[in-house]
Design a protein around this ligand. Sequence first.
Ligand SMILES: Cc1cc2nc3c(=O)[nH]c(=O)nc-3n(C[C@H](O)[C@H](O)[C@H](O)COP(=O)(O)OP(=O)(O)OC[C@H]3O[C@@H](n4cnc5c(N)ncnc54)[C@H](O)[C@@H]3O)c2cc1C
Length: 453
Amino acid sequence: MALGIKELGTAAKLVSKLDLAKIGKLAEKVDLDELIKMVSSMDEAQLATMMAAMKKGKKEKTLPEVNGDFFDIASTLTKRQREIQQRVRAFMETEVEPIINDYWARDEFPRELIGKFRELGLIHEVCNSDGSRREDASIIEGIATMEMARIDVSTATFFGVHAGLAMMSIIQGGSEEQKAQWIPKMMNLEVIGAFGLTEPQVGSGAAGGLTTTCKRQGDSWVLNGEKYWIGNSTFSDIVIIWARDLDDAQVKGFIVETANPGYSVEKIQGKIALRAVENGHITLKDCVVSEASRLQNASSFRTTADVLRMTRAGVAWQAVGAAMGAYEKALHYAQTREQFGRAIGNFQLIQNHLVHMLGDVTAMQQMCLRLSHMQDAGMMKDEHASLAKVFTAARCRDVVARAREIFGGKGILLENHVARLFNDTEAIYSYEGTNEINTLVVGRAITGFSAFV
Ligand SMILES: Cc1cc2nc3c(=O)[nH]c(=O)nc-3n(C[C@H](O)[C@H](O)[C@H](O)COP(=O)(O)OP(=O)(O)OC[C@H]3O[C@@H](n4cnc5c(N)ncnc54)[C@H](O)[C@@H]3O)c2cc1C
């Protein structure tokens, strides 16, 4: 039987896949000697057809699964922890990823997610109903944060500000009555919280430099000043305001309801990172709150620092997640994007990027997992959280930059998600203690000399 181009293509494809069973079947229909004769006497057009078929056959080969957990940290988790990880991953992939670019472009937080977050029940996995932390709270928080940031850092930040900074301020600094009043509602996301420490003129130097003041007047306090960068504050129900007492000069914390007269907020415009987080510029003008709103067990900046230490670990996990997400997106792209007739993953320089990225992601995961174990065991000190934050934020910056590069020009398009992770990493790098400040914290701990000015 004479072979046509179609049969030649089929034969070449099967040979390239080494599917012997199918070749056997083909052999029943065609004479293999004739096939060999035909191939050796093929003209250019026929050869080209056969090459195309062979390439197609190669493309169809099964590629390794895209997996940013190369050392299988998931296998070190308990069954419950793994179940939570998978639940958060599914939530982020189905509920957040499809909508987040539009919100990011519009500079708006997707409020529609708040109800869905409630159904996810994540805070109940971290805290008991009285707000006390479960024994593996830090691992759960860490893995969940990684999964959130793997898809979207803004969502992870919304959660970190509400369940971390705001809720932990009440848990660490509040009385039993204050915890009973606010924590259950915050755990159910019926009340959304924000955390107001930074000011327009005071960022890194907040410990000694706060200019927002509080003044006791009978059973009330009068707050005056401004707060800047305050995440969630454009729609939150309460904001924890940190202010300096005009009488004893100590920093005190207040649970300020945003409907309170004297409180106003404006959304900060023009960000290039975390655009789906709404950051507010708050003004407090003779804002009167009751003594019952003052955090009863927070009488100095020490409480603020305790909260920041815990949430700093969370930001380190955000860096892990963003890097992991960017690596996975880049690897998938490298397996599918073709240039010069082959997937770009074939090129040595692209593989070099991917291997560097995977090394960083893997090191970051191990560091943060250990950090969370230390946190749950009560062993985590400021310098541990600071080292993790400073290391992961810096490595994340490199990983997302390489991911953007692998996407070529398309790396700056939101539609591929890597551009968003790339930009959001800039915020990770600067908040919860800048690179310099966290470096100074670690430097002081290891040398015994404080280089803070
Ligand atoms: C997206 C985003 C969200 C945020 N959310 C919140 C929030 O919800 N609540 C809140 O209270 N704050 C929030 N912040 C504020 C954040 O914590 C501050 O931006 C951060 O603490 C740094 O302060 P700064 O931006 O004023 O920089 P600055 O303190 O002015 O620092 C400017 C530069 O000087 C360096 N520098 C400062 N001091 C030293 C020193 N002693 N030695 C060496 N270098 C130094 C810094 O590292 C930095 O590079 C947020 C910030 C961002 C960007």
